[in-house]
Write a protein that binds this ligand. Structure first.
Ligand code: 5RP
Length: 264
């Protein structure tokens, strides 16, 4: 196996301390506008950053809401140009030049691909274009296996296919949804897999359970947004999730961490 370049290895290990990660995505505004509890991203993240390893955001939010002094590592979203009120979410383009990526000193970039959609080829081509431009500078690429409005697509067979294709095309990390039989997704993917959350689920325990299950089945961590910052108690949820990801606690212990933080 070829030794990874120093710069890329340094960036990846800052994102994955001890091989695990809790990324906090606040990129949703790039197609959803001012989403609930993310109207002012700087205020949303202020109490949460101490529990997270990196932020996932666009350059607009980065420059306007995040202090460059003492910031967490940044994963920069570099695909977009669609909206929730438009015809489709899948018609994405690359939004950011390599010069801008370097200027912002980010630790990685993130790009959505929409496999099985009418824009499969275009969005996979966005991924390879980003891999080619970032590879020269040692900047890791995180592929995001997005489903647009078709949330029902989230099963192991489909997600395993998506993750494998992203890795084959050169992604360094793949972010996908948790699903039943998540080990089938991880086993077929030769690069680290991170779980996204999707829309907020009904109960707190459900979040802890699916995150715990995914970690047990081989995910290296989470990239969870709405199930953290749309929770009634975002800080207790962040503490509980951190304990599952980094300390390997079980669901009961995590639930106790949540309750203790909530009550005191
Ligand atoms: C949105 C994204 C988000 O980063 C991703 O979906 C994770 O956020 P959530 O847990 O809220 O689904 O890529 O475009």
């Amino acid at each position: 196996m070829v030794e990874m370049d120093w710069g890329k290895k340094n960036r990846l290990t800052s994102l994955l301390p001890g091989g695990r990660c809790f990324f906090l995505p606040i990129d949703h505004g790039y197609f959803l506008g001012p989403t609930r509890n993310l109207v002012k991203p700087g205020e949303t993240i202020a109490p949460l950053v101490e529990y997270c390893d990196a932020l996932f955001c666009t350059r607009g939010v980065l420059r306007s809401a995040i202090d460059p002094v003492g910031s967490l590592p940044i994963i920069l979203r570099i695909s977009g140009c669609t909206s929730i009120v438009g015809r489709t979410l899948t018609d994405e383009a690359l939004t950011t030049s390599i010069e801008e990526i370097i200027r912002l000193n980010v630790s990685a970039v993130g790009i959505s691909v929409f496999i099985g959609s009418e824009h499969e080829h275009q969005t996979l081509h966005n991924l390879v274009t980003a891999v080619n431009m970032c590879q020269d500078y040692g900047i890791p690429v995180m592929a995001v296996t997005a489903v647009g409005k078709e949330l029902a697509k989230r099963d192991a067979r489909y997600l395993a296919l998506c993750c494998r294709i992203c890795a084959e095309l050169g992604a360094d990390v793949v972010k996908t949804y948790w699903c039943e039989d998540f080990d089938k997704v991880v086993d077929g993917c030769p690069v680290p897999v991170v779980m996204a959350g999707g829309p907020k689920v009904e109960t707190n325990r459900e979040v802890l359970e699916f995150v715990h299950d995914g970690i047990q089945r081989g995910a290296v961590g989470i990239n969870l947004g709405r199930n953290v910052w749309q929770n009634q108690y975002p800080v207790p949820m962040a503490k509980a999730l951190r304990a599952i990801v980094h300390d390997d606690v079980d669901v009961d212990v995590a639930a106790k961490i949540f309750e203790d933080a909530k009550n005191g």
